[in-house]
Write a protein that binds this ligand. Structure first.
Ligand SMILES: N[C@@H](CCC(=O)N[C@@H](CS)C(=O)NCC(=O)O)C(=O)O
Length: 211
């Protein structure tokens, strides 16, 4: 029996972030997947709250993607997600906060799909906000492959899942929620480094769960 179990809504960016972290560290885990927002009894049972992702490690449960990444880094070997250097650690945490802002932009479109209420104005606002984001990333990626240098860190994992939808071609996306977002939010072609970085980090997701 696997010791690590991830209770997850696989498409959600917070969940993707944790899945990528587990794969980056090469950790074997069982994925317990939920399709929607309804059946959360098992999540509440293990963690006392309804949101995913939740990671259980034997009889310990950790919820919230920020806490889970810290738990993984503190307790498991493999590539480091955070840094022992104070300045670098602060920078990673700034990127994490930036990721939460991106979550807000994605949310402006996603809530329309979830509530089945089209709001063209909110879509336009979200796209306008998205257009202001990647210049910061292009600059940060001008001399390095990833945000903190040549290795993936929690900074990359905290942002990319919120942007991956924006480089997908809507006609190739099957899941209705992902399709809805991909049809409405697109990363401009004038940000090639950001695009290449998103694709490179998401390649981690192609890694099979090790066993
Ligand atoms: N701050 C949390 C956010 C978790 C979160 O909002 N999870 C969403 C999926 S994106 C969820 O489970 N929503 C279900 C619901 O609202 O019932 C984290 O970083 O893990």
């Amino acid at each position: 029996m696997k010791n690590l179990k991830l209770y997850t809504l696989p498409l959600s960016p917070y969940n993707t972030k944790v899945r990528l972290a587990l794969k980056l560290k090469g950790l074997d885990f069982e994925s317990i997947e939920f399709a929607g927002f309804d059946d959360r009894d098992p999540v509440v049972e293990v963690s006392g709250q309804p949101l995913t992702p939740v990671l259980t490690d034997g009889d310990k449960a950790v919820y919230d993607s920020f806490a889970i990444l810290r738990y993984l880094d503190a307790n498991f070997p493999g590539p480091r997600l955070y840094s022992a250097d104070r300045v670098r650690q602060q920078k990673i945490q700034e990127w994490e906060r930036f990721g939460s802002e991106l979550g807000g932009i994605l949310g402006m479109v996603l809530t329309q799909a979830i509530n089945n209420e089209i709001d063209e104005k909110a879509t336009e606002q979200a796209q306008a906000l998205l257009d202001t984001v990647p210049q910061v990333l292009e600059d940060a990626l001008s001399n390095s492959r990833y945000l903190m240098g040549d290795d993936i860190s929690a900074a990359d994992l905290s942002l990319v899942p919120f942007l991956s939808f924006t480089v997908w071609k809507a006609e190739q996306v099957e899941h209705p929620l992902a399709k809805f977002v991909a049809e409405r939010l697109q990363l401009s072609a004038s940000f090639p480094k950001t695009r290449a970085w998103i694709e490179s980090v998401m390649e981690l997701d192609l890694e099979p769960i090790s066993s």
